[in-house]
Design a protein around this ligand. Structure first.
Ligand code: SF4
Ligand code: SF4
Ligand code: FES
Length: 331
């Protein structure tokens, strides 16, 4: 006898209603959703559901898949807005989060070609822009191997596991509002080669990813990419490492983002607290004028203080030690 599922128990079968996004850019004026209520067993992944919908109900239903082993990146979609690899994500795990109603959608509805299939042109052109390959003058007949130590490889390993699925890219709010932003996947790839001891294009790549408006300074540090990545690449930490590398390599230019980083550290070091008023003034330079009305309102409400009234943390000595230990680049 089948054991019925509840949110907290192991079970044999669950009845789930999948609300599936449908759109054919060639024939449809607007997208629509179709409901499929299916009995799902504990060992089925989302790709099994896509297959059942196509094979049992509608042969025109379209989606990408290839390896079925979480390594080609082609089956990435969203379930209840959560980025997933359809061949890796077990339905029961989603059921434990969302219950028995699941909306299946493509990674990006504005880029849909057909149903789950999207046009990833922007993703690939940004990926291409960071020189996502090793640049090295290689001796065709080397006398010895060009070794990478285990410690050096450890630094690259996470970034190396990227399968270009786009889960991070299509979950990134900075990509949504800024079409020029390179995005987490390509920036994690820039990290991958910039931290490879065999690579010779570090400075060239830093010039590319260091541009204001499209590069590392346009990340808003929301951590969505780390949350969305099915391979544990953790793009935001790679972007942060690139921030530090631009300072270390003398590539950081004075702009609103780099001044923000510099003052952030200065304020924490001086007060153990963030002087939010002066942070904006220092980062924006003359541009601060446009913030004067908000600054006055914040001053009145006690949200910021004048610099001479800035309090100090009672743990300042401890904070200073922590800043010293964690600082890897001179600003
Ligand atoms: S942390 Fe940065 S790159 Fe990652 S999703 Fe947020 S804005 Fe995008
Ligand atoms: S970083 Fe992760 S989520 Fe982004 S493309 Fe690579 S594997 Fe996919
Ligand atoms: S089919 Fe290849 S990652 Fe899912």
């Amino acid at each position: 006898m089948l054991k019925e599922c509840s949110l907290n128990s192991v079970c044999d079968k669950m009845e789930i209603t999948f609300k599936v996004f449908r759109f054919n850019a060639e024939t449809d004026y607007l997208p629509y959703y179709q409901d499929f209520t299916l009995e799902v067993s504990e060992d089925e992944v989302v790709l099994d559901i896509l297959n059942r919908i196509k094979w049992d109900f509608d042969g025109s239903f379209s989606y990408r898949r290839s390896c079925r082993h979480g390594i080609c990146g082609s089956c990435a979609i969203k379930v209840n807005s959560k980025a997933v690899l359809a061949c890796k994500e077990r339905v029961i795990d989603l059921y434990k989060i969302f219950g028995s109603n699941m909306t299946i959608e493509p990674q990006s509805k504005s880029r849909v070609v057909k149903d789950m299939i999207i046009d990833k042109k922007d993703f690939w052109s940004k990926y291409d822009s960071v020189k996502p390959y090793l640049v090295s003058e290689i001796d065709e007949n080397p006398a010895t191997e060009h070794l990478v130590s285990p410690e050096q490889y450890e630094e690259l390993h996470e970034a190396d596991t990227c399968i270009q699925c786009g889960c991070c890219y299509y979950s990134c709010p900075a990509v949504e509002v800024n079409e020029n932003y390179t995005g987490p996947a390509a920036l994690a790839k820039a990290y991958r080669f910039n931290f490879d001891p065999r690579d010779d294009a570090k400075h060239e790549r830093l010039d590319i990813v260091n541009k204001l408006g499209s590069g590392i300074w346009d990340c808003v540090k929301c951590f969505e990419c780390a949350e969305a990545c099915p391979k544990g690449v953790d793009p935001i930490h790679k972007i942060t490492a690139l921030h530090t590398q631009t300072f270390k390599e003398g590539k950081a230019k004075s702009n609103v983002a780099t001044r923000h980083a510099v003052f952030f550290k200065t304020s924490i070091n001086q007060h153990g607290l963030l002087d939010e008023g002066l942070l904006v003034a220092y980062s924006e330079g003359l541009g601060v004028v446009k913030h004067i009305p908000e600054a006055i309102s914040m001053l009145k409400k006690g949200k910021i203080v004048m610099p001479w009234n800035m309090p100090k943390s009672k743990n300042l000595a401890e904070v200073k030690k922590l800043v010293k230990i964690s600082s890897t680049a001179k600003f």
